[in-house]
Design a protein around this ligand. Structure first.
Ligand SMILES: [Zn+2]
Length: 223
């Protein structure tokens, strides 16, 4: 079973306020007597579902063509979080606990949290209910401490259905930077509508654009 968790790109795709909209213009058209159909695409590298490269928040960071592919393919955990505003360490611990073990022994639970048993985590929030052509900046983002906690616990990839891991108005991007510090790759603008929580194989492959700050990606989950 495959789940396509990619948002559809079109000229209606919602982008960050002020960012370049998606434009798809035919340059050859069979209807007009050309031999084939060809289009030219102009868009922000962060439009729709995409993978952020470290270059996005650091001039010295790796470009999208240098992001390790093995982090982008492999087992992943999908967890629903019904959070508005900042996702905290406690939110993550509660959600992971609910999908993992039904035990009331808090000593056991705390021991289980010392190491995550997954290295790729996709967060399913209300943002998945927002359609591709609507910009809604009231999305859940990561408290920098939560990003730090995930990175320190060995996470390699974080995916979110929100347009960013930081608030829309953030200028200093503290969650991006906390993930970067630990080498955690960020995938944004997923659509997890209809995807049950659980374990999957993730395949998230961004376009190979030399030295770029991000790459649009087709992202799928396989049961
Ligand atoms: Zn981005």
């Amino acid at each position: 079973m495959l789940y396509d968790i990619t948002r559809t790109l079109s000229p209606r795709t919602a982008v960050f306020p002020g960012d370049t909209p998606v434009s798809i213009v035919p340059t050859l058209q069979m209807r007009a007597g050309d031999a084939c159909n060809v289009t030219a695409i102009t868009m922000s590298a962060h439009a729709g579902t995409h993978v952020d490269a470290p270059r996005h928040y650091s001039d010295d960071g790796a470009g999208i063509d240098a992001v390790p592919l093995d982090a982008l393919i492999g087992p992943a955990r999908v967890v629903t979080l019904d959070v508005a505003g900042a996702i905290t360490v406690t939110d993550l611990q509660n959600a992971i606990r609910n999908t993992r073990y039904a035990t009331r022994d808090t000593r056991l639970l705390n021991a289980q949290f010392s190491i995550l048993n997954f290295t790729r985590l996709l967060i399913h929030t209300r943002a998945s209910e927002v359609s591709d052509d609507v910009w809604d900046d009231a999305f859940a983002y990561f408290d920098p401490e939560a990003a730090e906690w995930l990175g320190a616990n060995g996470l390699r990839l974080i995916g979110t259905d929100a347009p960013s891991v930081d608030p829309a108005a953030s200028k200093d991007l503290p969650a991006h930077k906390a993930f970067l510090k630990h080498g955690v790759i960020i995938v944004e603008n997923l659509c997890l509508r209809g995807v049950p929580d659980g374990e999957y194989e993730l395949i998230a492959l961004p376009l190979k654009i030399a030295g770029n700050d991000a790459g649009p990606a087709r992202v799928v989950l396989r049961r």
